[in-house]
Design a protein around this ligand. Structure first.
Ligand code: SF4
Length: 357
């Protein structure tokens, strides 16, 4: 049975329908255009079952009357996109390179039993200058629209094998999500919507290199977990590799997380710590990390650096990584070592730089 939308949503829907692509159109706006929630659901089911993902809207689809579909085609379109490349690593990780309306981006699909992850880019390039990140070397091209982020998930999930469906989304690809926060939060909202893609707020993580104003706003208004790329235990060491730490030092970043914890948001806080040999991998660093995280219910992910051409940083030997983990663990902090995925196709953490094999 069709359900009409309440009038109170109509103006929001009309505004949305004039400006947004189909992958960013809220379900309410879609229903307003089509005249019912049932037809809106039919369009979402069609979109998320297309293999391959279409690059334009066809003349007709099943389950939607011709008049409604014509209204939709007049009001919106799919984002302009085309696949530039698809690279497969031996561990099953897939890196997609795409052109979206003239901007080049990369998206990574990381398979895992029943809970594969899609790593989405929020910008083409990045304007930050983190010294360990290949994306920083390509500069900033442009902000991505929310619909272009959802499109990345759509493309990756459409090709995911049935036994490893894409259930997790991490905003950890190219770009700093907090520098494009309106669009990122809108993309998260679309990913959560029923009937599809309905990812689940507990399966979405937005990562940041530590842009404090965006973090505070995301924690107040956004949905999903937060990952903070910390990577150092003193401000001097962090500034050397992440220059924006001058504006937003470690103490202020962690205080924002503590404040959110005190509010009882129920969010997970992932603290990402990339390890570099002789830079931040000492036992003293591990002990300082424990002290910094005191009182914060955080999960530390240790990431041995993924090398890339032209960068002098190196990962520590495995024994040093294990020792670091043991010290953090013995300090009462949950701590996992993240195994690199897709390293040989430059798809691992910090390697996205539009380089193709
Ligand atoms: S780590 Fe993130 S914020 Fe820093 S340069 Fe890379 S993409 Fe940008």
């Amino acid at each position: 049975m069709d359900h009409d939308y309440p009038r109170s949503r109509a103006s929001q829907a009309r505004q949305a329908m004039t400006t947004l692509s189909l992958t960013d159109l809220p379900l309410a706006a879609l229903g307003e255009i089509l005249g019912s929630r049932t037809r809106a659901h039919a369009v979402r089911r069609w979109l998320y079952s297309c293999i391959p993902v279409p690059t334009y809207l066809p003349d007709r689809i099943d389950g939607v009357a011709a008049a409604g579909w014509e209204r939709l085609r007049a009001a919106t379109a799919l984002p302009q996109w085309r696949l530039l490349g698809r690279q497969l690593a031996v561990d099953g990780t897939v890196k997609y390179s795409m052109d979206v309306a003239g901007a080049t981006i990369e998206t990574v699909f990381i398979p895992a039993a029943a809970r594969s992850t899609v790593c989405v880019s929020s910008q083409s390039g990045c304007s930050r200058s983190c010294g360990f990140c290949a994306t920083a070397t390509v500069g900033f091209h442009r902000q991505l629209k929310a619909g272009e982020m959802v499109l990345q998930y759509l493309v990756a999930q459409s090709e995911a094998p049935a036994h490893v469906p894409a259930r997790n989304v991490v905003f950890m690809g190219m770009g700093e999500p907090m520098d494009n926060l309106d669009e990122v939060m809108s993309a998260v909202d679309r990913l959560l919507e029923p009937p599809l893609p309905r990812v689940g707020a507990g399966h979405i993580t937005v990562s940041t290199a530590g842009v404090l104003p965006g973090i505070k706003r995301f924690l107040r208004e956004g949905r999903g977990h937060l990952a903070l790329s910390l990577n150092a235990t003193t401000d001097a060491a962090r500034e050397a590799l992440m220059p924006h730490n001058r504006n937003w030092p470690i103490g202020d970043l962690l205080e924002a997380l503590r404040e959110d914890q005190r509010r009882g948001s129920g969010r997970y806080y992932f603290v990402e710590y990339v390890l570099w040999e002789g830079v931040n991998d000492s036992e003293a660093d591990a002990r300082r990390l424990v002290t910094l995280l005191d009182g914060l219910d955080a999960h530390v992910n240790l990431i041995p650096h993924n090398p890339f051409e032209g960068n002098p940083l190196r990962p520590p030997p495995p024994s040093v990584v294990s020792r670091f983990q043991a010290v953090v663990h013995s300090g009462g902090v949950r701590c996992l070592i993240r195994q690199p995925r897709g390293q040989e196709i430059a798809a691992a953490c910090g390697q996205l730089a539009l380089r193709r094999a």
